[in-house]
Design a protein. Sequence first.
Length: 600
Amino acid sequence: MREYSAPAAKPVADDENLSDILWANAERFPESISFRRQVDGSWLDVTAREFAAQVLAVAKGLIEAGVEHGDRIGLMSKTRYEWQLLDFAIWAAGAVTVPIYDTSSPEQVHWILSDSGAKGVFVETDEHLGNVDQVRDRLGDLQYVWQIENSHTGGAVAELTALGSKVADDTVHERRRGVKADELATIVYTSGTTGRPKGVELSHRNLLAEIRADIAAFPQLMEAGNSLLCFLPLAHVLARAIAVTAITARVTLGHTPDVKNLVADLGTFRPTFVVAVPRVFEKVYNSAKQKAHSEGKGKIFDQAEAVAVAYSEAQDSGGAGLGLKAKHLVFDKLVFTKLRAALGGRCIAAVSGGAPLGARLAHFFRGIGVPVFEGYGLTETSAAANVNTQTAFRVGTVGRPVAGTSVRIADDGEVLLKGDVVFRAYFNNEQATKESLEDGWFHTGDLGELDDDGFLKITGRKKEIIVTAGGKNVAPSGLEDTLRANPLISQAMVVGDRRPFIGVLVTIDEEFFPAWKAQHGKPESATVADLADDADLKAAVQAAVDEANKQVSHAEAIKKFVILAHDFSEATGEITPSLKLKRNVVSKNYSDTIESLYAR
């Protein structure tokens, strides 16, 4: 058993809560720019004083409507300014926010609102309103539904502001000051990769501890005057925790709801740093590589990539020599500046979480001048429990524990976590709570290794370990991560439990596929289904499989693969909104395909 603890940051006082952040900034730094809102294509400033005033006005409306201390209020919307405004207004009214992914089905909405006993819910669009209406007759506790985009009322913000116009400011301040650190701030439902989502209870202390740990970890990024463009769903605990940390640190925050416009928005907002899941970084890399090759500049890009990786690797062994420095300088002018420009031109770093990034990709981005600080955490740890930082960076790991957090590796290799960021219970689920929490230690279900310096490496997930018919234990995540690093491959799911060998289901990246067809002389109209047995496509996938197999022993290597006609999707329930595979659903949907792998 190994264990490592990080010293605590400033402790959270018993009478603190998250709403204090806004009024502290509004009183001490009223003219600081808390947000830039995108309105009709332009970014408009919102000061700390203006934001606090808007939160106060909406909180008055909530109180006038009948929202009481401790009531649960759902929030279903894409990432936008109003999401943060309503979140803080709910807290200021002494209530509890229950985030719901905007892509959730009516039955998912029903489960979250019914299980949490939500008294009210904010929805964004007519479609979201329709989803709630479909299940409303089964929601006995639900009294209020407010719509953010409503042409009849002017929207939820305007409606509640008008409703609460006669409520005194002190009514809100009295309500919010009555909320203590150990009271519930939010119930965040897990992605449900292995079953029905569980409601994770996070207190004000949990999130305040996370905020202070993040500021301590990233002093260079969390500096007043810096900027962050938020595009991950705010229903995801990582995006929300980092966004609230940015607000606390007086980092100017922007939002973009549609990643289709991400490159353009990055160009106009020009953030100091970004936060994303690994798939976003894979897309940035793959798109740049695809563009270079399609324009006949593939050799230059490939050389630049090799130099970037070598330059980064040299940082861990005394630094680059003169020759490598010279090459790096040349490619910085030819290639790296253009890549940084795609992130807005001012981006000095990025933060990644939610899944493993992969060592080569981490070295690539550090080599081009945008280090990606990979971290690790779960909804149950209020986001990051471990993270790489500017002063403690080890590629291939998820870093050291954040301030005030301890990590332990159990005898069976499971990662255990303890500290103020760790949740207090699963809502309405005492059995699951008992199974996950023991003497303050949270059993993550992940497998890992801890080195002497406290850097944690995640090696797999206990419930995902495949045991072949020959008794070999195989962790699928490493193989899948390497496969997804190939620009042609979108998703991969390794199979082989109680089977004679390891196989994999592969889906093709729809964005890269047209370029691949053009390069290989395939008909422009050909679909993945048309080419699933094409010799060139199978050879390309086999090359990716061969690369993945280099990471493992012969017994763990992928022996066969199948190219699927369609990508995994959230609509079919095969992936979560945070892009995690639902292995049980994929296994069910493709049971015949999996059987065919082992038919002969």
